[in-house]
Design a protein around this ligand. Sequence first.
Ligand code: ATP
Length: 887
Amino acid sequence: MWFSKSIEEVLKELKVDPKQGLSDAEAKARLEKYGPNILKGKAKKSIFRMLVEQLQDWLIYVLIAAVVITLFMGEYVDAVIILVVIILNAVLGVVQEVKAGNAIEALQKIASPKALVRRGGVVKEVGSESVVPGDVLVLDAGRFIAADLRLIESANLQIEESALTGESVPSSKDATLTHTDPQTPVGDRANSAFMSTLVTYGRGLGVVIGTGMDTEVGKIAKIIDTEEESQTPLEVRLEKLGKTLGKLAIGICVLIFGVAMLQGRDLAEMFLISVSLAVASIPEGLAAIVAIVLSIGVTSMSRHNAIIRRLPAVETLGSVNIICSDKTGTLTQNKMTVIQYFSTAGEVTVGREKRNGATEDAKLLARAMVLCSDATYEDGEATGDPTEIALLLFADDLGLERKALNAANKRVGEFAFDSDRKLMSTLNEENGRFTVYTKGAIDNLLNISTHVLEHGQVVPLTDAHKQQFYAATDNMSGKALRTLGVAYRPVDSVIGTSEMEKDLILLGMVGMIDPPRIEVKASVEKARNAGITSMMITGDHKNTAYAIAHELGIAENISQAITGQEIDAFTEQAFSEKVSGFRVFARVSPEHKVKIVRALKAHGNIVSMTGDGVNDAPSLNAADIGVAMGITGTDVAKSASDMILTDDNFATIVSAIEQGRNIYNNIRKAVIFLLTCNLGEVVAMFMTLLIGWEAPLIATQLLWINLITDSLPAVALGMDPGDPDVMQEKPRDPEESFFAGGAGIRAVGGGLLIGGLTILAFWFGYYEHGYSPFDDVVPVDTLENARTLAFMTLVACQLFYSLAMRNPVKSIFRIGVFSNKYLLGAILLGLVLQLVVIGIPFMQEAFNLQMLDVQGWVMVLFLGLVPLLINELFKIFLRVRQRKALA
Ligand code: ATP
């Protein structure tokens, strides 16, 4: 039992030196021996099961019935065609499902937690699956634990073990304990940490004692299936629409059956007519097309630094009208440099000759700051919080010997930084004397300090001193500098965290620059044009925050900035009324973030909120789009988010919104196109049957069109390149109907037109041979010729019409005829397939087609282009009207 052994014993057995960790070679060897550190989850769906699922569909049932009946009727060729189409359709469906699944899985992998391990003496981040027994893991707040550990160091370490024990109150850990009772339950093993649990506070170091299925979670095989398969709201809506239309289709079939009976047609024909109609009108695959377009979209987004964790987020992104963003690292570069410091002796700008000119005050200040930080900077290599790295560099510039200083001042206690207190403290021992060092937000430090160092003397902190500090803070923050104060207090012995942050002696403060990211200003502007308001939410000082917000074009006036304290002074109601007027929320804590999101949402806004810290999960959950930082974000923030920014950049949020809008538009194009096609077929079939003609298309032809030639352009429309003007439009109202903005009209108009043209082509087939569809006796060849014309025309209309679907208003020349190569490929392939069915004799026979004469081909081409041309003409009318409305 690892937990009943001492740290030394454990390390010896696992053959690892905690200061060095395993060597890379050893880690590799162990990985081969023990296997990857993964829990064997639910078995993946088998291909066979996917195939079976594809067959569980209304349309397929109808078709299977058709196969059986056509067999009975002795129409073997038809039966075979229908069967082939069913199989082809199912196989294509499975291929798409696998591809979409793989895309999503790849994203989940990128977003999965990493582990901080010490290998070969350096700490690095590796994928959790490559952690091996004997690895030394570094634990910090907000991180999921990658394997089972025996702790070897712990500083106020608290771990939430609900994944394992169901207990949501974090348990305190202590590496120094050894549990002698071998029966100690998991929940009481304070010297151990377990896979899949979460560090909520403090720091620690542990050596891996078990990985993969050989962990406590693995043993109880309680596999938490984190990502349940779920449909996005749009998929659900479209599936519902599909079902409604499907029912309508059945209704039409029954109606036709009745009409056909009255007309005295024969039973077999009636049956085939009904099947054809069902095929034509059941809009299969609406939800499937959404899934395909979404998976293509999110894969492309991940290449642009935005990883979508929950698919519905893509739809929501298009509706976002407020982006709440952190400041540090997201709007700024998070590259801090101390350029000023202040003590009661006055303000000093750090110049070139820092080292020589450094005052005693400055040295004391830097010394305290170095001792009270966790960052490291050695040989040009830095780890840790950029704020702290800046402090180390500041100390180096002043000529401080950091190594010697750290060696002489052992850290014996600490109170970790958190964004509520905005303070961090350490307790250090030097030659038997203990000192507390506290650094953090200067306003908070002033509240807990009683003295100040003035000309080397500790004197009581007076109001005059405070005024001096406030003025200096105003001065620095007005220049967009981030300020950080530091204080200390000698104490007699080791004290607990609750005793540390009081009665301090203030040393002074520093001001550091953190330049804004260059690309952000343009992104803020772009967002504004797109009807999206950007807001800054930060733990930093109001003035600093405002100065940067002003520079970036987020805020124009200081009255648009508010602090957390001021928020607290409002009632919830009053705050909610005022919230829309603010652009900068400064000195806020994670709870304020939740308040802000709720207040904004109460006004019907669709809010995206960024977060990185341990306590950010509630606000990320509350927002419509929770955005976590990929670089600085904790695992908790990431797992609560809908989207992760791999570059922590504000500009990426704006570009994700742009892509989200484009993806939604593409889904709409694909779906409207499919519906238009179905409607065209229904119109052609229904109208002709009503007036007592022969059916212009037979079941196999309709099947071919519906399941093969229609689907290609639909998928290609889903991959349409984004419209460069999409960010000139207002955000989409989430309640807006899928058919808004003329989409419904385009579907109905297009469908009627395509159906009408098909009927015209059918009629022409009779006409060119001197017959009429109303004639009672017509040679079979003439009927087949007329059907071939209808079949070819219908497909040509649909293929060419897909080009017009690319944009509801802009002409195809404006968007570029060649800018969607997939669509051109799909159209070409569709045309070639048509030539194949008509050109290869056995196919021609199977589909009951006749080779067309020149006149016939000209007719097909001419009629095929009509819907595209009419749509383009209609767009000209729309553009003129738009221009008039603007004038
Ligand atoms: P944002 O929320 O935009 O990322 P931020 O990084 O300034 O802004 P926090 O990290 O919560 O937000 O910091 C808030 C304040 O806490 C800072 O203004 C600073 O005064 C103080 N602070 C930040 N980092 C430390 C630290 N490592 N030690 C002590 N105090 C810190």
